[in-house]
Design a protein around this ligand. Sequence first.
Ligand SMILES: Cc1cc2nc3c(=O)[nH]c(=O)nc-3n(C[C@H](O)[C@H](O)[C@H](O)COP(=O)(O)O)c2cc1C
Length: 160
Amino acid sequence: MPAEPHRFREVMGHFATGVAVVTCDGSDGPSGLTTSAVCSLSLDPVLLLVCLDETSRTLPALAAAGRFAVNLLREGQEPLAATFASKVLMREKFEAVTHTVADGVPVLDDALAWLACELRELLPRGDHTIAIGEVTALDADPGGRPLLYHRGSFTGLHYG
Ligand SMILES: Cc1cc2nc3c(=O)[nH]c(=O)nc-3n(C[C@H](O)[C@H](O)[C@H](O)COP(=O)(O)O)c2cc1C
């Protein structure tokens, strides 16, 4: 099968991921979007990466802020994931959830885990930009269960 974009997306959909809301602060208020293209990159220094669509409104906000947070969502937060994946006003996205500012970045209340990052590099590649961040603060709910994304649908962990 040729690697057409829709086929690429369909095949990569077999790679189940977590769901994260990437957030940043700015003079116009906080920005954020739902992501699945999140990956740990290095332990020394502690780096992660997230891939952002060139057309995302959050990308220029993140570049200007120089800091961002990765908020890992928990089971049951599908509506929040859908809101942050929409093109509603940023203000409306942040009306759907309360947040606090920790380490200079918006941390969503009740996230399964969060990592605050200092932006280290932006690497434009194809129609996305890779944002590399150095983790400066982080926390997790050890008893929580993650929201997952698989083949175009939200799902959760199912133990046999
Ligand atoms: C499960 C899921 C995962 C997504 N993953 C990404 C991603 O990794 N990178 C990205 O740029 N957009 C991703 N999107 C799409 C963005 O959330 C969506 O285009 C968003 O509205 C764009 O952000 P903006 O509001 O900052 O413009 C994903 C959407 C969903 C539903």
